[in-house]
Design a protein around this ligand. Sequence first.
Ligand code: HEM
Length: 398
Amino acid sequence: MSNRLNLMAPEIRENPYPFFAELRRNAPVCQVDPGGMWAVSRYEDVVHVLKTPQLFSSEGMRLATEAPWLGRSNPVSDSMLFLDPPKHGRLRALVSRAFTPATLARLEPGIRARAGELVTELLNRRSVDFVEDFAMPVPASVIGSLLGLDPSLHSRFKLWANDIIAIGGTRPDDTRQQEQCRRTVVEMETYLQEVLDNRRAALGDDMVSELIRARVDGESLTNEELMGFLFLLLLAGLETTTNLLSHSARMLAAHPDVMARLRADPSLIPRFIEEVLRYEPPSQATLRVCTRDVVLGGVNLPRGAPVLLLQASATHDERQFPDPERFNIDREGQQSLPFGHGIHFCLGAPLARLEARVALDVLLARVGRVELRTERVDWVPSLTIRGAKTLPVEVWPA
Ligand code: HEM
């Protein structure tokens, strides 16, 4: 039996931070389970890997999205997240055209209106599931309107995202889950292809139309690249932002003094968001694969070795953040590492910050207290994402 740390063990999923601290202290680059990946836990090493794509490739991340039982490739693997230079740069340049500050500014009134409706509903019901009733519908409506998707489908996005994320981790004997994932890929692809065809026939001012129009050196995105990007947006834009909002609610419940400060001075909300991102990063880890034999943190890694970058450990690294286990909204500056670093730095970071700021602003104006109705959080079983499956809370009007 191996004595490697299994990062999927229930006690680690429950609270990974003491285990990460131990890794940073005693084995900052070491093999872990599942799969014998090399976990990298110190801030400095994580940043080094992220800014050296020639030695640490993103193409290897396909390991986490492909499965033989799928019988085909997962469309999300065609997105830029899984590409290295020079292919990555071309795709990113094309897609960035559609992520302008003007696009963001157009979204703000819709986010405010949707958050307002949801807060009214929370206060009417008092006892709610914060994930289902607030944290998920806010980003779902943003992605929906960004892409110009039918609002009646918004509640399906989360189910879609869950199944696509589950593909890499589904057990070979779990034929029910496999069948569901296969059905979801076909359902999403059929629907998104219809969206693409309709936009091609009549271009509008939504993001899909922008993506179809985008040209770099006369080249446009292929249908496969467009599809990969739409799949990526639904995953990257939904799950992470949902988790940022649900972690925020847990922090408000755990720190009523902080909640009172934010209510008295909403200009502190962005600081609160930065500290939630650092303290409980929604994207906990990302993967790379060594393109040749390399030495990292004094450890020899062979070519082809999978490297698991523990961003959630890096943002608790005491060398970078004094007193890291304390939730403290008075820390200075923005937290960029929760959104990655280098060429794959999150394209949606300004959007995620905008969504969280507006949604929390609306919530805090009308909600005076949030109480958790459970001692234990039921966490999504994932190495890379940290999020509550459900978050039963009681909300009290201001
Ligand atoms: C709190 C919310 C979010 C977090 C914590 C987050 C985190 C991340 C991280 C860590 C990466 C880099 C992964 C890597 O290097 O392997 C990334 C990439 C990306 N994110 Fe986000 N993200 C969030 C929200 C969003 C939103 C709202 C969108 C879009 C609607 C988005 C779109 C993307 C895209 C397109 C990439 C790929 C960039 C590239 O490969 O060049 N993300 N995100």
